[in-house]
Design a protein around this ligand. Structure first.
Ligand code: F0G
Length: 448
């Protein structure tokens, strides 16, 4: 059979609420044309993020009942730790309430003001946490990724030669760690090859610098490697993931993505001395090292999710359904970042709306139009999010795991194609007010 189906059936449902075009126009006005400020009950299909929005499985819900809520030495932590060590091999597993808490602890312990942290592309919280520490976040994405239309297998790779140059100009002493984000979220959800991870590890090791993975979407990355990289066709996704982690010295992880959990994160390392300092900080702001800001039941959900996400049937469906959205809109002329990524489709709004200059935020304008037309929420990843450093003006349609069916996606395709047909009429926006950090969350806009 050629048809790829959702490899699950639905036991519990949440109703979706339709709104009228007049209502949506009013919600937009009230929210200052910022979709983060619209109430979720007024969204029909929510593609704002794939983070914390997964549908959990019956096994996860069952495991939650087993949650051991002991303050210290919780059995649930023991189960999570064994699951993580089996997958990653890391000695220290430090639970946190979500990914950015792991980042904050990692950079507080490892970074000093004036230092530089390279990555393929830093996610916004990673960059912000590094900058908050007074250090600099450097993006060293491979040059092939600059062309959003190039269909290459591993456009998330780091430019290893640029890393070597950066280390030589800065001096190894000013680079406390190198990071690789798998898959590369801000760069189009594109995967990183095992060859590239090994190459980056070799450069970093030569200079005595540890390599950390930002491993939020490790399973989707492993699937792309298994399918695309020569030599891994016979490997299981779990074996590929284990190989990825074996090349790193530690990782940060948000369990809200590839562990199907609604909350949770982790910081892992093989360094005993760092782990001690990290746990000291953890106790200060997150909690005791056997729960780290989570309930025992959350630890259980993560432990089960980490095994479920590596099921080949799930990953085949997951990557195929993301590709389905991307291929259907791009075959009708909507420019997307090619090839489709793992967790999201990124429309190249700069290319789709060439009449809107960057200063008038084409990605945001498209996000607003898609909500106005069909009640779909997406997120701008461009000049609103990254200011003048934004490499592209993208609109991200992130797909929550196991939450929407093919007919929901068909609706999204139809809506995007209708908006695309009258794209010349879409107008830009200007910012009316904005906060100091991470302005995309709360800035307000005015249509031009
Ligand atoms: N790293 C990457 C690559 C991410 O995508 C995220 C979150 C984080 C770190 C932070 O994790 O949210 O648990 O604190 N990304 C979400 C998104 C928010 O929509 O892409 P967190």
């Amino acid at each position: 059979m050629k048809t790829i189906i959702e490899p699950f059936r639905i036991k519990s449902v949440e109703p979706l609420r339709q709104t009228t075009p007049q209502e949506r126009e009013r919600f937009l006005e009230e929210a200052g044309y910022n979709l983060f400020l619209i109430e979720a009950r007024n969204i029909l299909i929510d593609l704002l993020t794939d983070s914390g929005t997964s549908a959990m499985s019956t096994e996860q819900w069952a495991a939650m009942m087993r949650g051991d809520e002991s303050y210290a030495g919780s059995e649930s932590f023991g189960r999570l730790k064994r699951a993580v060590q089996d997958l990653t091999g890391f000695r220290h597993v430090i639970p946190t309430h979500q990914g950015r808490a792991a980042e904050r602890i990692l950079f507080t312990v490892m970074c000093a003001p004036g230092q530089v942290v390279p990555n393929n592309t830093h996610f916004d919280t990673t960059r912000a946490n590094i900058e908050f520490r007074g250090a600099r976040a450097a993006d060293l994405l491979c040059p092939e990724a600059a062309d959003t239309q190039a269909r290459l297998p591993f456009k998330g790779n780091m430019d290893a030669a640029a890393l070597e140059r950066l280390i030589r100009t800065e001096g190894a002493g000013r680079i406390p760690l190198v990071m690789l984000t798998v898959t590369n979220n801000s760069g189009g959800g594109q995967p990183v090859s095992l060859e590239n991870i090994a190459e980056v590890k070799a450069v970093a090791s030569r200079h005595g610098i540890p390599l950390y993975l930002d491993a939020c979407r490790f399973a989707e990355n492993a699937w792309f490697i298994q399918r695309r990289e020569p030599g891994y066709a016979d490997w299981t996704p779990k074996q590929v993931a284990q190989k990825m982690f074996s090349l790193a010295d530690g990782c940060t992880f948000s369990a809200k993505k590839d562990a199907f959990a609604n909350i949770g994160g982790m910081l892992c390392t093989n360094d005993d001395r760092l782990a001690e300092q990290e746990k000291d900080l953890l106790i200060l702001t997150e909690g005791f090292p056997t729960y780290g800001g989570l309930a025992g039941r959350d630890l259980e959900a993560i432990a089960v999710g980490l095994a479920e996400v590596l099921d080949p049937d799930y990953l085949r469906y997951r990557i195929a359904s993301t590709g389905y959205l991307g291929d259907h809109i791009s075959s009708h002329g909507v420019p997307i970042v090619q090839p489709p990524g793992g967790h999201a489709i990124y429309i190249d709004a700069g290319r789709m709306l060439p009449h809107i200059p960057r200063s008038q935020f084409p990605g945001q304008a498209l996000a607003v139009e898609l909500y106005r037309h069909a009640g779909i929420r997406s997120v701008e990843i461009g000049s609103v999010m990254f200011g003048e450093q934004a490499p592209h003006e993208l609109l991200r349609l992130a797909i929550p795991r196991r939450a929407y069916t093919q007919s929901h996606i068909d609706y999204v395709v139809e809506a995007i194609l209708e908006v695309n047909q009258r794209r010349e009429q879409i107008r830009g926006l200007e910012i009316v007010s904005q906060p100091q950090f991470l302005r995309h969350f709360s800035a307000r806009f005015r249509p031009l």
